[in-house]
Structure formats: C-alpha cells, structure tokens
Design a protein around this ligand. Structure first.
Ligand code: AMP
Ligand code: MG
Length: 689
C-alpha cells in the first residue's frame, strides 16, 4: 500500500438542508461528504458528513482531524440562527444616551428583503426583534468627536458597573461599540480591557467583542450590527467546531464565505473561462453571483437578515426558492406560490418521519420521477411516493382540477421559470450578455434544474461539476487562508495638487497600512504561521470627492510615499471607475478622496487539484447503466435512462431523456438536451438543436 498523504484542508458548508464537508489532501486530491443538517446539534451533522467523505479514503474523523492545517466554515446555519433569533444572549455597551441605536436600527432595515407587495403594504410589515434587547444594553459616559479627539473621557467606574449588570442579566457575550471609535480607538479599547478585568473578578468566562478589533469602519449602525452578529451568530459556530473536535488546530468562522463563487473562480481558471454565472440551488434558496473578467464583485456594506453590515462580502443575489420550498395555493387567486419558507432538512411530506403536511417542491420531484425515492442521501432517507401523491392531490391538484402529474409538473415549471427569469434579469440588469458567460450549476438541487433555468437563456456553456452537491464546501477549501483588516481614513487631494499634498496623503495611508499589517500578522502568528510566510496585499477605498460611493481597489503600489505613488493610486482607481460605471463618467476635476485603508494577508494553502482522466470515448461503460425510470414532463411519461454518475468516464456522451444519479445529487437531462463529461469530471449540458 502506498503511504497516504496527509489531509490538510477541510471545508464545511452547513446549510439549511444538508451539511457538506470537503477534504483536500496534500497531493490536491479531494473527497466530498454530505449529511442531513441537524439544527439541534450542528456538530453531529458535521461529524456525520465528515465520516461520509472520509469513508472514500477509508479513513475516520479521529485519525484525520489532527492532521488538518486549515478548516474553513461557512453556512446558512449561522444565518438561520440569526433569522430565528437563536443566538447567544449578547450584552451591549455603548455611549450613554445612545442605548437605542441598535433597536431603532436604520429605516432601511425595516423593508430590506421584503417582496414588493409587502413593501408597499405597510400593514404587512413586522419589525424584527433586535438581536440585543434594551434591557441588556448599558450606556457609559464617553465622547470622541468626529475628528477623533476625546472630548469626554471614559468613565471607567460606569464600565465596571455595566459589566456587572450585564452578567447579572444573563449575558453570554459582551459587545462594546462606541461612537467614532474608528477614528480613535483608545476609549473603546480601554473599555474592553476594563470589561475583561471585571469579568475575571466575577470569574465569568464570557467572550468580549470590541468593534475596533473587528470592523473599525465608519457608520456606527453597520459597525455595531456587524460586531453583534460576530458575538450572536458566529461565536456559537466556533463553539460548535470546538465541540466537533478539540483537535482542530485552526479554524476560521466567518459569517458566510460564499464558497461556491470561490470554487467557480478556480474551475474557471481550469477551463479558461473569465465570465461565469454562478448558480447554486439547495433546499432553501437560489443564489446567483457573477464573475466578470476573472473577478467577483465585493460589497463592502452588505445586508443580511435585514441588518446593515460593514463587512466585505462577495456580492450575491438570492431568492428564497429552492428544492425544498413549500408549495401553496393562494386562497383568492388560486395561483401556485413557492416559499418563502421551506421544509429545510425535513425534505417534504414524502419523508414520513418529517412530521410535515405541507407539500414541498421535493414532493413534486419524487412524484414525477426526477428523484429516486430509494437514493435520497444515498438511501439513508427513504421517501414515500404515495404519501407525496396524496398530499399533492389534496392540496394542489384537486383544488385546481388537475391530475397529480400535471399539478406537480406545473410546480416544477413555475420554479424553473422563476429561476430562469431571475438569472437572466441578474445578468442583463448589470449590462451583460449571457452569450459571453459560462453558467456553473451546483448545490444538491442545481443539477435537478440546470436544464430548466438555463434552457433558452443562451449561455456560452453550461457546466455541472460531478461534485455539485458539495460545491460550496469545495469552494471553502479553495479559499485562500486570509485575514483582512480595514480602517477608515479621510484623505482628500485635489486633481492638480502640489506634490507635497500627495506625499502627505501617501504618508497617512502608509501609516494606516503599517498599523493594519501588525494586526494581520498577529492573527497568522496566533495560528502558528511565521510572519515571513504572510503575503501582505494593501488596498484602499477611494471616491471622487463629494460623491457618495467609494470603490475598493487593490493597491498598485506595495508601499506609498511619493507623488508618483499617489498618481498610480489615482490611476488604478480611475481605471476601475471607468470599468464599473463608464469612462465618460470619470470626474477627476472633483478631486480624490481615500475613505479606507485595507490590508489583506494570505498564506499558501493546498488547493484542490482537479482530476485529469483519460478520454474513454462517448459510450458509457455498461456498469454505469442502472435501467430506466418513468419520468414526467410536458404532459407525458417517458422512460428515462438511469446512469450512475460515479461510474461514468471522461468523454462519455449521454442524450436525454436521462437521469444521472449520485448519492447527494441528481442530474436531470430531459428530452431535447445532451451532456458530455470532460476529463475534470465536469458535465457540459447542451440543448439539442
Ligand atoms: P443542498 O441544500 O445543496 O444540499 O441540496 C439539497 C437538495 O438536493 C435536496 O433538496 C434535493 O432536491 C436535491 N437532491 C438531488 N438528488 C439528491 C439525492 N440523491 N439525495 C439528496 N438530495 C438530493
Ligand atoms: Mg447547499
């Protein structure tokens, strides 16, 4: 037996329906695992999913976890925890007189994410519970002005008092966020140290989060929300990872890494595709992101769960329609409504143990032959087709006067249409032409609907990776191990300013970078890396003076000092501005302003290496053939050929109607479509002309 290479990287995607894991060995080979999510004990789902993946290498969690160098965690589990208000009991310390900032929120937050009909009908609005109630908020006397000058020093006794009261009130974490702390962090840091001292005296083992240590950026509601979320939602995930194994050497827990997009970027590099439409369908949502010219867009003040945040995230658009969405008839119009809620890990009425009695899209899938009731999660969950039929008949088919098949097919067509319109609109609204894009389709349910939402859109190519079901976890494993720190600055320089002004601005920017570099390197050292292993990448946010929005730019210079450096900094900004908006919209006459310094540090980690299988010709091997299954679409039953995904070889060509099954995903190739699998185990789907 050849010596086994060690397992270095683990990616986790804890979704609402499934928990996916992905492991990469030091030779770049990888395996994917999947298990049903378990909201009651997330660590159990991660454990099961890991065992599922590692079984491919005949290894176990106990012997692999100690070898891991990096683990990247991402997941809607964190988001769900926030939406369902099931996070930690957080205590908040802010400036006296500002105890209501968090509960009042921004006006914008009251309608973010609502459908149009709910935006215009105020009476259907519900205001979300704040993450931290006022009863667990304490104001302390302190004021720092907008220039960063401390005008009222921090009353330390009040901080001590507040800490005691917050512990008394049951806080499991304490967040500190003071006004203008991004301009001058001294008061907030002092408050943080006092809180820690006081907690020690009380022997209370409670984590403390100061906004300046995480997101020292302007806009206090964003900064406060983000820091609260870190304590409220992310901290429990960190604790979960600890619970899975104390042997994790390192782990990062971030809100949401948008893993699939990073994975798509890597695949795009393999295929030489620079423009990619990434689409992910799981049980609960459909997520779309675009990669253009090899880059994905970053949004620096995104929103999540109706909270405005200051946290750079890959820009992505989501619609709450997935394979597990509930299906209901509107009582007045009798039209079919999908979602917004979903069966989640409970699949649908087709799973007798689900305890559900509302039809889900999955019920329609089993009734029409899209999904194999004996192969859900490789057969770990057995689905009952008759049970699904009965529910569809009573809730959808009978009220509409349709057969069960036609009612179910109507649901599938509606979902396909919704997704396809959404994808198309997302591309054309940004001014792009689908013909210049390759569409990647993944998520457990992506391949079930790839034909449905890409058909007729006119993509250059449509790609389904064989490991589609674990693709987001794969993306997490593709991510660079990176720490990033931001700092707000305010540096304005006129268009034809004298060199001295440019040099002064460079000096301030360089000071900010140097300060951030210390923080970034500290993080890596904490994780066992040497400072010399860290590649530092400086960046900045810049805008034309007086305009409202800044753009994030990777700095063309590694350090800033001279007027020539400044000119390069401006040039890089203007190039990006011209690309994002239009060249003619550039307005250098307004002057330039840098609003933020950014410093990213990365270290080299083992990336997955895609297989390079030899071409085995168009005819699939006979052992891949599993027989046929009746499949209903366009008002008729046909016999679809069934294939085992893992047994197909590079070069194999399959013409629809066919269904390609794997343990955790199902690739549906209906009549009128054909697919070929390439040497990297990527399926390319084509419409037959
Ligand atoms: P995800 O949330 O990305 O894990 O996707 C879960 C969805 O994958 C389910 O709701 C199913 O619609 C779909 N799926 C397709 N084939 C399978 C399978 N063999 N086992 C489990 N889920 C599957
Ligand atoms: Mg998923």
């Amino acid at each position: 037996m050849q010596p086994q290479s060690t397992v270095q990287v683990m990616g986790i995607d804890a979704g609402g329906t499934m928990t996916d894991t992905f492991f990469v060995r030091s030779d770049g080979r990888f395996v994917v695992g999947k298990a049903q999510s378990n909201p009651g004990d997330e660590s159990l789902a991660i454990y099961n999913s890991s065992e599922d993946a590692l079984a491919h290498w005949e290894r176990t969690v106990d012997d692999v976890y100690p070898e891991l160098v990096t683990c990247v965690y991402s997941g809607t589990a964190m988001l769900n925890r926030i939406l369902m208000r099931k996070g930690l009991a957080v205590g908040l310390i802010c400036n006296r007189g500002f105890e209501q900032i968090h509960s009042m929120g921004r006006a914008l937050q009251s309608y973010l994410g609502y459908a149009l009909e709910d935006r215009i009908h105020l009476n259907t609005h519900r205001y979300d519970e704040p993450l931290v109630p006022v009863s667990r908020t304490r104001g302390v006397t302190e004021r720092t002005d907008v220039q960063g000058k401390v005008v009222i020093p921090l009353r330390e006794d009040e901080v001590r008092q507040a800490t005691r009261e917050l512990v008394e009130a049951g806080s499991q974490a304490i967040v500190i966020c003071l006004l203008q702390s991004h301009k001058n962090e001294s008061s907030e840091q002092r408050a943080r140290d006092i809180v820690r001292e006081e907690l020690k005296k009380l022997t209370a083992d409670i984590p403390v989060f100061a906004s300046v240590d995480y997101y020292p950026s302007r806009k206090e509601s964003h900064r406060m929300n983000t820091t609260i979320l870190e304590a409220y939602g992310a901290e429990p995930s960190r604790q979960t990872l600890k619970k899975v194994s104390d042997r994790f050497k390192k782990h990062g827990a971030r809100f949401d890494l948008r893993g699939g997009v990073i994975g798509s970027k890597l695949l795009g590099e393999y295929l030489g595709d620079e423009n990619i439409a990434c689409s992910d369908i799981g049980g609960t949502s459909f997520d779309v992101a675009l990669i253009t010219k090899g880059n994905f867009a970053i949004k620096s003040d995104p929103d999540m769960a109706r909270l405005v945040l200051s946290l750079p995230l890959v820009a992505m658009d989501s619609v709450g329609a997935g394979a597990g969405s509930f299906v209901r008839l509107d009582p007045y119009s009798k039209s079919i409504k999908l979602g917004p809620d979903s069966a989640g890990y409970r699949v649908g009425t087709c799973w007798p143990e689900s305890g559900l009695d509302t039809v889900s899209v999955s019920d329609c899938h089993v009734v029409l032959g899209y999904l194999n009731p004996e192969n859900f999660l490789g057969g770990a969950i057995k689905l009952d087709v008759q049970r699904a039929r009965d529910h569809i008949k009573a809730q959808i088919a009978d009220p509409l006067g349709l057969s069960v098949e036609d009612a179910a097919a109507g649901v599938i067509e509606l979902l396909d249409l919704t997704l396809s319109e959404y994808l198309r609109a997302n591309i054309s609204a940004k001014g792009y032409n689908p013909a210049e894009f390759t569409c990647f389709s993944y998520g457990g349910a992506g391949p079930v609907h790839t034909y449905g939402y890409t058909g007729g859109v006119g993509f250059k190519d449509v790609v389904v990776p064989a490991w589609a079901a674990g693709f987001s976890a794969f993306g997490c494993a593709c991510a660079d191990f990176e720490y990033r720190y931001d700092k707000s600055v305010d540096l304005g320089v006129a268009q034809h300013a004298p060199d001295a002004d440019k040099e002064a601005a460079c000096k301030s920017l360089q000071e900010a970078w140097s300060e951030l570099a210390v923080k970034v390197i500290d993080e890596f050292v904490l994780n066992g890396y040497k400072p010399e292993d860290v590649l530092l990448i400086p960046g900045y946010k810049m805008q034309y003076m007086g305009q409202l929005n800044d753009l994030e730019i990777v700095s063309p210079v590694t350090s800033a000092a001279t007027a020539a450096d400044w000119n390069q900094i401006v040039e890089a900004f203007e190039n990006t501005y011209g690309r994002v908006y239009a060249s003619s919209a550039r307005s250098p006459e307004l002057g330039f302003s840098i609003t933020g310094a950014i410093l990213r540090g990365t270290v080299v980690t083992q990336k997955p290496v895609l297989p390079e299988d030899p071409d085995a010709g168009p005819t699939p091997p006979s052992e891949a053939y599993l027989g046929t299954r009746p499949f209903y679409r366009h008002k008729k039953w046909v016999d679809a050929a069934l294939w085992k995904m893992e047994a197909l070889k590079a070069g194999n060509h399959i013409v629809g109607p066919a269904i390609i099954e794997s343990d955790a995903t199902t690739f549906v190739v209906p009549d009128g479509f054909e697919t070929t699998i390439d040497k990297h185990r990527l399926f390319h789907l084509k419409e037959v002309k």
